[in-house]
Design a protein around this ligand. Sequence first.
Ligand code: 4AD
Ligand code: MG
Length: 463
Amino acid sequence: MESQPPTDPKPPMHSETPQPEAGSAPIATIASLAAHEGQSVTLRGWLYNLRESGKLLFPIFRDGTGTIQGIVPKAAVSAEVFESIKTLTHESSVIVTGKVRADKRAPGGFELDVENVEVVQRVPADQPFPISLKDHGVDFLMEHRHLWIRTPRQSAILRIRATIMRAAAEYLDDNGFVRTDPPILTPAACEGTSTLFPVDYFGEEAYLTQSGQLYIESTALALGKVYSFGPTFRAEKSKTRRHLTEFWMVEPELAYCDLDGLMELAENFVSHIAAQVLERHAADLKVIGRDPAKLEAIKAPFPKITYDEAAAMLDDAFAKGLIENKFTYGDDFGSPDETYISAQFDRPVMVHRYPAAVKAFYMEPDAADPTKALCVDVLAPEGYGEIIGGSQRVASYDLLKQRILDHGLPLEAFQWYLDLRKYGSVPHAGFGMGIERVVAWLCGLDHVRETIPFARTLNRIYP
Ligand code: 4AD
Ligand code: MG
């Protein structure tokens, strides 16, 4: 065999961006400055803010991992560098060298004694960065979402989101689940026909998936424990703080699992995710003003109550004048109901066994009372409401077929799904957790629009 000619090692990706002069300070990130105390480092980022006080400049730099305040005494740098920093505009891209100094008062614990600033691109002074430090309305910010995400609070939320997704996948990967990706283009509804996004599929009507569930039921019967993790779509006409039309769902599905097993998985799963956010994001939680004590409380086991018990709590609250609307037994809980119930606990509460009539066609009835479904909704505390919905699945072929017909669903489209009850049907169960709902809750946000880089809602598909 001929040996391959030696090739030059590929330079690492980051070296394609402008490099500091040879022999100068090593490249560092703001988040890693603790390892460089007392040393000169090179940071590559942007100017976030600039204050001036006599012969001192206080530029604040950001680099995607955090922000740091620099100090530039006029005497410490050349007149040229001083002038260049003094006239620097917000969001100009810069390569900064400076010495890392610990400072207890600094938000990140360090300040930078600036030695040099190389401007990569100067934002023109007559066309300033549109997002200033003053308050902007939400519509303006959403219209400029591509720039809004540069601000410290939004960046912190996106970093926490990434950890939530990573921790979710990590928990399942480490516990024997196989990730199996369901299709996004589907021929049928999973979660009701009223929120489908139709797509023209070469002349046939198809839909964007509402949930991977039906498909991962089949992969669970193939592989035992599986999950899917991807975007899901609901043509939600509702304008609420909790609804997006495109959101990310993680869905574990297990063969040979009942409702109790599923609830145990859900509480351990959520606890792991909260613990990871606490462990990795102390600084980000501070930036967004989230009290870590709220996250410390999120530890399994979670309280578990039946639908009937939750309904009784609502009746009681209404009698005491604590809620405005009387709850009608048999209905699904509305957002205000969920808010009240979940606000009674300091950790998520698991509400199980809802009336089968208000839940999806695929839920297994409770043998002890077939009017109830073997399902669970996990309601997050502080009024955040539902973060997880799941159930044991109908295992009987005949019952499932009847349910499909009762719900007016097209039998042909579900023939493959019925096959799963024909060939080695077993008790199986799974749930779906909405990532954006969890980000909103763990970060303590008012609205899911800030939990995803580019929110898709009833009124917004730009940028
Ligand atoms: O309760 P849902 O509709 O359940 C299902 O889709 C099941 N098929 C999941 C399963 O069992 N595998 O949705 C699951 C979760 C909700 O608890 C919520 O967190 C989130 O998905 N969710 C939404 N998040 C944002 N915007 C929306 N419009 C959402 N609809 C559901
Ligand atoms: Mg639900």
